[in-house]
Design a protein. Structure first.
Length: 319
């Protein structure tokens, strides 16, 4: 969208809407990867010690969801209730932090100026909300969740971390799991609660912007596409988890339970009553998660190799 056309559209939005929500701006799709990059930086800064990248990504998604959902809530309300005052102030501070992070980029071009403008308009709209009488809903913060004991993800994780137990006969508790094992637990918690469709949308948005970026050499273009695919390569887990659940369901339903719910059926209780089933289910996990003789999983080996081979082929034949 050309600069003068953008200005006209933004001015029209300002005249026709009291509340400026930058999630509704006409070119938000183009803005989103830059906003996400800034949110990633904010998420990273929130950890006092180094953490697994997937942990940062999880926190970034929480911040991004909070920004949009809280903004839309206040937009729909047309004001704020007294019990929401602290929450609203925290949301405004989050916008301030976001704008400061974006403003620190080395190059401030027209696109960055548009994003800063849109974000600031939303911040001003939040600041100008009127006070309402009564009580309103508060946003439910999505904090780190835990695996529900005995359920599908818990059963899988207990098998995956066996090589990382300090006492092989002990329980899956933090003091009995090595650092690498704890990272697997965190990883599985994130996968348990991740919205995979939204995750793929993030990847497609970033690909869209790479494909529309001008001035790239062929090598730079393929490097960026490769980095994008590698960043989201762990989507392979979605297929592995789905396949494993389907196999569990065929084994357990209807002989051992009427239905298998991924978040509520206590599979561990079934295994306690039918011990031989454990071997059968463990074999499914070993096969699907590609565990080696030591119990170490290799789910990502082939997807990463395929991505690298594909872009090496592109560079050799199309550069």
């Amino acid at each position: 969208m050309k600069k003068n056309l953008k200005s006209a559209v933004y001015q029209h939005l300002k005249l026709t809407n009291d509340f400026q929500n930058f999630f509704d701006f006409p070119d938000f799709r183009e803005m989103r990867p830059i906003i996400r990059e800034a949110v990633q930086q904010i998420a990273q800064a929130g950890f006092s010690t180094p953490v697994l990248p997937v942990k940062v990504e999880h926190q970034a998604l929480i911040i991004e969801q909070q920004l949009e959902r809280e903004t839309r809530k206040y937009q729909q309300q047309g004001g704020f209730f007294p019990n929401q005052q602290s929450e609203l102030h925290n949301l405004i501070r989050l916008y301030t932090n976001l704008l400061q992070t974006i403003s620190q980029r080395k190059i401030i071009d027209q696109e960055i100026e548009d994003i800063i403008y849109a974000g600031n308009q939303t911040r001003q709209s939040l600041r100008n909300l009127k006070k309402l009488a009564g009580t309103g809903p508060l946003y439910q913060n999505t904090k780190d969740k835990e695996l529900i004991p005995g359920t599908f993800y818990d059963v899988i994780t207990r098998q995956l971390i066996r090589p990382y137990l300090i006492d092989p006969q002990g329980q899956m508790v933090p003091e009995n799991v090595t650092h690498n094992g704890r990272q697997i637990v965190i990883q599985m918690i994130i996968y348990c609660y991740r919205d995979w469709d939204s995750y793929l949308t993030h990847q497609y948005d970033e690909q869209y912007n790479i494909k529309n970026e001008r001035g790239l050499t062929s090598s730079e273009y393929y490097d960026k596409l490769e980095a994008n695919e590698l960043k989201y390569a762990d989507h392979a887990y979605a297929e592995v988890i789905a396949d494993t659940f389907n196999e569990f369901e065929k084994i357990l339903v209807p002989d051992y339970c009427n239905t298998l719910d991924i978040m509520s059926t206590n599979i561990e209780q079934i295994l306690m009553n039918h011990p031989r089933l454990r071997i059968q289910l463990n074999q499914v996990i070993i096969r699907n998660f590609k565990l080696d003789a030591h119990g170490i999983m290799h789910v990502m080996d082939i997807p990463i190799k395929d991505i690298k081979n594909k872009y090496n082929y592109y560079r050799q034949n199309f550069s």
